[in-house]
Design a protein around this ligand. Structure first.
Ligand SMILES: [Zn+2]
Length: 290
């Protein structure tokens, strides 16, 4: 896909989608109605991908988010909690086949799942952790604020499925953000540098969930990328401060403002949500090395 340069820390950034999902318009664009009302009554759906970003760093392969597990479509007990299943069916229409696994998608890009060294998980919702069982050798990075949700009374009601997260042998590592003196990152105040070389920096962007994070990817050969998970479903909405229909609106607005401040400092910044239908095209036009 991209010409590989060895003098750069980031050799390529690519994306694939593990199936797709339908979400309600109210979920994507926000609504004045109480969320329970639109969840139960809305009949309007928007089809979105469930992206996994694949970053080839000089020291190994890094994924941002791990997609959906095809078992969710074939196994009626994948979500074991009945209330969770009911709301899953009201909130999402999932369209995923047996060939949409993480490993098969990586294979189509020319990589083996065994090559993955690190998975950065933007947050713990089921459509972002589905492939972790296919990369048992990888270190799984998550914010400690997000990990704390696992000990809340009923995380499965918020689509955080412990049985698919706390897999035997899974190498989870909780990230605590530390103060950064890089002026560029000042709006965020704290950060975590994945490799210690500035090429992949995690930033706290709570709102969709309390521990959601984003990752800034920088290489010499292309524009900086900000992978934002589910902070927004559409960059245009983030730029005009239109928050989605779920999440903590105050936290979302605060994180939106920080991302916009970063965009002011880095005008060529490319912001990529996990459910961005245009991601493949955008990355093709903004390859780090070409
Ligand atoms: Zn999602």
């Amino acid at each position: 896909m991209s010409e590989r340069r060895t003098d750069q820390l980031i050799k390529s950034v690519q994306v694939f989608s593990t199936g797709s999902g339908g979400q309600h318009k109210e979920h994507r664009y926000g609504s004045r109605l109480p969320s329970l009302l639109w969840v139960l009554t809305s009949r309007s759906w928007v089809e979105v991908p469930i992206n996994v970003y694949v970053i080839e760093h000089r020291d190994g392969l890094v994924l941002f988010d791990a997609g959906l597990d095809p078992a969710i479509a074939s196994d009626p007990t994948y979500i074991s909690n009945a209330i969770g299943r009911f709301f899953r069916d009201r909130l999402f229409r999932l369209n995923i086949g047996p060939d949409d696994t993480l490993a098969k998608n990586l294979g189509r890009l020319g990589y083996a799942a065994a090559e993955v060294r690190t998975v950065v998980v933007s947050h713990l919702h089921f459509d972002h952790i589905g492939g972790i069982g296919e990369v048992p050798q990888a270190e799984l990075l998550v914010s400690s604020d997000e990990w704390r949700l696992l000990s809340s009374p009923h995380p499965e009601r918020d689509f955080i499925l412990r049985e698919h997260i706390e897999l035997p042998g899974a190498q989870w590592r909780q990230i605590d953000f530390t103060p950064t003196d890089e002026s560029l990152l000042a709006p965020f105040g704290s950060a975590h540098d994945v490799r210690g070389d500035g090429s992949m920096v995690l930033l706290p962007t709570p709102g969709h969930t309390p521990g959601s994070l984003s990752m800034l990817v920088r290489s010499g050969g292309g524009p900086p990328l900000l992978l934002v998970g589910d902070l927004t479903y559409d960059v245009g909405l983030l730029m005009k401060d239109q928050v989605p229909g779920t999440g903590d609106k105050t936290q979302l607005r605060s994180s939106f403002a920080k991302v916009r401040a970063l965009k002011q400092k880095l005008p060529d910044l490319v912001i990529l949500p996990t459910h961005d239908p245009a991601a493949t095209k955008i990355l093709r036009n903004n390859l780090p090395a070409s």
